[in-house]
Design a binder for this molecule. Structure first.
Ligand code: HEC
Ligand code: HEC
Length: 306
């Protein structure tokens, strides 16, 4: 803040208080015959027969104003209210923030560091640590994962044992720490419409549906071996190293649970998945959370399915 601006603010604040009081003193001591007797006076205003009284303002109001002025003067001298004048207490909002964060860190760093010394499975079986993890999850994860167990298309359910990137404690922790990018290439232009249909028919048999057209399924199986198995593994078992989902269960991430209810809905979803592919991002958290918080979160996520 420039010196001029600082001076200007000071003059405006104190000046307006001063002017206010000069005005009041002037009104109180003005030679006015109406204040001489305590008789009822009328103002100059009248509306036909209706006229308004003209009493002086109650004294209590005046004292209240004096008290407010006194309060303001004390406040202005203690706190930074007059330009760059820091106030006798030298209070600043930045310092207050720093102190509070410092206090928080002192208490919580110690508490969280104790968790860091424990294994993820131990954390998962400790109710207090789990609750802490749940709170962290609600703050940092639920905007995408919601309550972890809810069905949300394009987001993995974290309460089942069907994992994209693996469900071992260390794998879960690595997922949260470094994030993951699930990439499924689009196969529409490679396979053509017919090829996509055949492959989808084969994927449907992996998911447990009876083959409607065995020839189509046989052709699809060949496509699968050529184009899909190096990620989804032979027979669609999935591969956690690439985040490729298992296709043999009835759990779908990119197909809504409503579509997956009917065979036709599911097949349409599978075809779209094969033709268009996906890029799906789980953001890294090493830069927003500290190691101990991530450790506790891994314990909480592990506890959801174990
Ligand atoms: C911006 C949205 C977003 C946020 C925030 C987010 N996630 Fe995720 N998460 C995803 C997506 C999308 C995936 C699936 C990634 C994929 O398709 O490979 C995922 C995957 C995961 C997985 C792997 C699931 C599996 O089957 O292997 C875990 C574990 C996970 N998230 C935990 C968390 C935790 C814990 C947090 C909070 C610290 C969090 N996520 C925050 C979007 C998010
Ligand atoms: C480069 C590796 C890769 C190849 C090749 C690949 N996929 Fe995928 N596929 C993935 C990944 C990774 C996902 C999960 C995407 C995500 O994380 O969002 C996926 C998702 C899917 C899904 C959706 C699963 C769900 O739960 O919603 C289907 C269906 C699928 N793939 C079928 C196929 C078929 C059929 C082929 C061959 C034509 C194929 N994929 C080839 C990696 C691959």
């Amino acid at each position: 803040m420039s010196d001029f601006l600082s001076l200007w603010i000071g003059v405006c604040v104190l000046g307006s208080l001063f002017v206010c009081h000069v005005l009041i003193e002037w009104v109180l001591h003005r030679p006015d015959e109406r204040h001489e007797a305590h008789k009822v006076q009328y103002s100059h205003q009248s509306w036909g027969d209706v006229r308004s009284y003209d009493h002086p303002v109650p004294r209590s109001w005046l004292y209240l104003l004096y008290a407010c002025t006194l309060f303001a003067l004390i406040y202005f001298s203690l706190y930074p209210a007059l330009g760059t004048f820091p106030g006798v207490l030298r209070w600043t909002s930045q310092q207050q923030y720093k102190d509070e964060v410092g206090e928080y860190n002192l208490v919580y760093t110690e508490r969280f560091n104790r968790y860091l010394a424990r294994s993820i499975t131990e954390i998962a079986s400790d109710p207090v640590a789990r609750t802490t993890g749940q709170h962290l999850f609600m703050s940092y994860c639920s905007n995408c994962h919601q309550g972890a167990g809810e069905d949300r298309t394009h987001y993995p359910k974290l309460t089942d044992r069907d994992w994209l990137w693996g469900g071992h404690p260390e794998q879960i922790e690595a997922t949260i720490l470094h994030g993951r990018t699930g990439i499924m290439p689009a196969w529409g232009s490679v396979l053509g419409e017919k090829g996509v249909e055949e492959t989808a028919s084969y994927v449907m048999t992996l998911a447990g549906y009876k083959p409607a057209n065995p020839e189509e399924v046989a052709a699809g199986k060949e496509h699968f071996a050529a184009y899909c198995a190096f990620c989804h593994s032979a027979g669609g078992r999935g591969d956690p190293r690439q985040g490729a989902p298992r296709l043999t269960d009835k759990t779908w991430m990119h197909i809504s649970s409503k579509d997956a209810l009917s065979e036709a809905g599911l097949e349409a979803g599978v075809r779209a998945a094969i033709a268009d592919g996906f890029v799906n991002l789980m953001p890294p958290h090493w830069n927003t959370l500290d190691r101990a918080q991530i450790h506790v979160l891994a314990g909480y996520v592990y506890s959801l399915s174990n």
